[in-house]
Design a protein around this ligand. Structure first.
Ligand code: HCR
Length: 426
């Protein structure tokens, strides 16, 4: 911490955290901990390794897979490739503020309808497009789709968070999930989002550590169980993880059944071992997060953006944050928030609800009979024995959370809406 004023404003922030009411966005944080970036931008982190995202598409093909004697091998290679892509997203998702801004920061709280769009170009792979939209303001929920039409690959998902405070950390549970479809292969994957906590609060240098699990369930049956831990649990190193690949959910009940075990740091190096043990000397390097830099997407210049696009809408606030001018930040933010309140008021008065642009809510309990199986979560959550309700991501079917919640509503991408979009361009 550099100055006395920093230290006193941080102390008042810590005190405000102590009386936290459940809504992280309502916390008034000192300017030096504010990020000039809105949370709606964070969806880009899923796509910063487009080659790894698309790689499984080139492992076998639909016909060879369905008829092949080596079908098992193909399915294993694909889930390993999806696990590698998933691990590759984590450094951007959870470390990028520390790397570029010196510590984790408090992102701007997106307004309803806020958009962040862009694309990754690649001569061989073709264009990969990101559409990210704030589909709910309270509670905050961001939905996104990342697709590459040349290869028929589509990732879609949504996320929201619920936080609680303990004496030394902020504990965050994620809601939502991602679904990765390889349409050429007729294979899809469900990915659950891990819990996390924020450490380093007492020394004003917050950083994220992941905990718990992420599950990657393939429609082939194969499952990858990724377990996270911090300093001292598996290896004494921060950002540790172990991913075990099993033939199916039943096999995953015994760790000894792991066909492959991957172990290391998601923000550094990890190795892959055959079988369930990591003590063998025979392993190969799996992924090195520091050796492969993320590829940032291209975003239009602000002068060409629509008023709903994040960087245009937040420009004045972001500039004030960069200046560290608290009064200006407060003024500019209040202006934007006031506009939003007025919009909502007008909508209530006219009885017209805000319509989300690229995503819609789908009630999985209420799908037309013929389409019951039409949502990927139904089959994939069955295979993984996960709840299909809108509960903490990765909740096991029959757990307390699953029993007490009654909502089966999830956000889904409506591709046709993008196809007929005329105002927003990437
Ligand atoms: C918890 C967090 C907001 C949510 C961010 C999420 C979970 C959003 C979805 C992304 O896919 C992954 C992701 C990464 C971020 O690490 C996570 C943020 C970390 C901090 C931020 C809090 C709201 C900020 C609290 C204020 C602190 C810094 C004192």
């Amino acid at each position: 911490m550099s100055s006395h004023s920093h230290s006193s404003s941080w102390t008042s922030f810590l005190k405000s955290i102590a009386s936290y009411n459940g809504d992280l966005s309502s916390l008034t944080a000192p300017p030096f901990i504010l990020s000039p970036t809105s949370l709606v931008e964070y969806s880009q982190f899923w796509g910063e390794h487009p080659d790894l995202l698309i790689a499984p598409n080139f492992i076998g093909d639909k016909d060879s897979y369905e008829n092949a004697a080596n079908a098992d091998e193909i399915a294993q290679d694909r889930i390993i490739a999806v696990t590698k892509w998933f691990i590759s997203t984590l450094r951007s998702q959870y470390c990028s503020r520390n790397e570029s801004l010196g510590s984790e920061k408090k992102p701007l709280n997106p307004f309803l309808g806020e958009l962040f769009v862009g694309k990754w170009g690649d001569e061989k792979l073709g264009e990969t497009v990101l559409l990210s939209e704030q589909v709910s303001h309270h509670p905050p929920v961001t939905a996104y789709a990342i697709f590459n039409d040349k290869n028929n690959v589509e990732l879609q998902g949504y996320n929201g968070i619920r936080a609680s405070i303990s004496t030394t950390s902020i504990n965050v549970k994620q809601y939502g999930h991602a679904i990765l479809k390889f349409k050429n292969l007729n294979e899809e994957f469900l990915i659950t989002l891990p819990p996390l906590h924020i450490e380093g609060l007492l020394v004003a240098s917050p950083f994220v550590e992941l905990e718990g699990k992420s599950i990657i369930q393939s429609s082939s049956g194969y499952i990858s169980v990724v377990e996270f831990s911090g300093r001292g649990y598996f290896s004494g190193k921060k950002n540790s993880y172990k991913a075990r690949i099993f033939k199916d959910k039943a096999a995953s009940s015994n760790k000894e059944n792991a066909l492959f075990t991957i172990s290391g740091q998601w923000s550094g190096k990890s190795q892959i071992y055959q079988g369930s043990s990591t003590s063998s000397k025979e392993f190969s390097e799996f992924y090195d997060a520091n050796a492969i830099e993320p590829i940032h997407l291209t975003v239009k210049d602000i002068s060409q953006q629509n008023n709903l696009e994040s960087r245009k809408a937040w420009k004045k606030v972001a500039d004030a944050i960069k200046l560290g001018n608290y009064d200006l930040i407060h003024r500019e933010k209040s202006e934007l928030e006031q506009e939003q309140r007025e919009l909502r008021k007008k909508e209530t008065e006219s009885g017209i609800k805000w319509e989300t642009r690229f995503f819609e809510e789908r009630d999985l309990e209420d799908l037309p009979e013929a389409g019951k199986k039409s949502d990927p979560l139904i089959g994939l959550s069955n295979l993984a024995n996960l709840s299909r309700k809108n509960v903490v991501s990765g909740t096991i079917r029959g757990d307390k959370e699953d029993k007490t919640s009654s909502s089966y509503i999830h956000w889904r991408f409506v591709r046709e809406n993008w196809d007929k979009e005329s105002e927003i361009v990437v």
